[in-house]
Design a protein around this ligand. Structure first.
Ligand code: MN
Length: 302
């Protein structure tokens, strides 16, 4: 396929926490953002033995919302607002960092466990990026039942159904789980750009094959894609209005200028009240920010 409005993005393998391998699909050299979605990690599926698991100690965020879609397993979220929330399959955790928050994510390690999740960041637009931080768990999301598949509406509106998940720019995210082998159309919003990735199995999208670890990007103007797959295949579609503001992503911060990033880094290292605090006996050891020495951050948008 050589249509320039459709781009194949190969994910990079990275490691987060202790030994948890993930495929990072956004940002990529090809696309920095898809709508306001500025980060997309596909974690697992992976099996942990007793004592192992996701273990990301206290760390700060600014200027974004962290969005977790749990497919298998469970993770405990702790944050500096006092939230202590287990997230289970088919649930969303949404943490709005705004001007500053810190959190930790820990797997239960008392029994063997499996983890499969999509973890995303949503850039906050300028007028909302200094808001007070808040956290919400969404225990149930609306599901559209069709003959060939179930579609869970994670963010925005699809199939005429709107998700309760609260975001600050026009966005969409839909999880599609095939129930039978077949071919169906997935509607897209022509004013949005979109990305489609495979969470499990493999698919043909408009005749183009796609497996886990890669993403197909569609620019504005598409009203649907045609998907062929087997039963039990699961895909994630994300999209949004192209994000016009130039972003600087560094470590766990989404900002606009180097000065903001430097200030956030200093505030974290100084244990400023800006990011609150977590009990390290429960949440683990707080992460140390990487050095910014000699680094010149440049803004980028897609
Ligand atoms: Mn985080």
């Amino acid at each position: 396929m050589e249509r320039e409005d459709i781009v194949r993005i190969e994910g990079r393998v990275a490691e987060i926490g202790t030994g948890l391998k993930i495929a990072r699909l956004v940002p990529s050299r090809m696309r920095r953002t898809i709508g306001a979605w500025c980060f997309l990690d596909h974690a697992g599926p992976v099996d942990f033995v007793v004592g192992q698991g996701m273990d990301v100690g206290p760390h700060p965020h600014i200027g974004l919302q962290t969005f977790t879609w749990m497919i298998e397993g469970s993770v405990r979220h702790l944050d500096s607002l006092g939230s202590d929330q287990m997230i289970y399959p088919n649930q969303v955790n949404l943490m709005t960092a705004g001007k500053g928050i810190s959190h930790a994510e820990i797997s239960p390690t008392d029994k063997p466990s499996r983890l499969h999740a999509a973890q995303l960041w949503i850039a906050l637009p300028d007028q909302y990026r200094y808001i007070e931080p808040h956290f919400q768990n969404y225990p149930t999301l609306p599901v559209v039942h069709q003959d060939l598949f179930d579609a869970t509406i994670l963010v925005g509106t699809s199939f005429g159904i709107t998700s309760p998940v609260s975001v600050y720019t026009p966005l969409v995210a839909v999880d599609v789980l095939a129930k039978k082998t077949g071919t169906f159309e997935l509607p897209l919003d022509s004013s949005f750009e979109h990305g489609i990735m495979v969470l499990e199995g493999k698919v043909l999208i408009n005749g183009e094959s796609l497996e886990t670890g890669s993403l197909l990007y569609f620019s504005k103007g598409h009203i649907h894609v045609t998907i062929s797959c087997d039963a039990s295949t699961r895909i994630l579609m994300i999209g949004g209005e192209p994000f016009k503001e130039e972003l600087i992503l560094w470590w766990n911060f989404v900002a606009r200028t180097q000065e903001e990033v430097e200030q956030a880094r200093r505030d974290w290292e100084a244990k400023s009240a800006r990011f609150g605090a977590l009990d390290e006996a429960v949440a683990g050891k707080r992460l140390i920010a990487p050095s910014l020495e000699g680094i010149h951050l440049r803004g980028a948008h897609s």
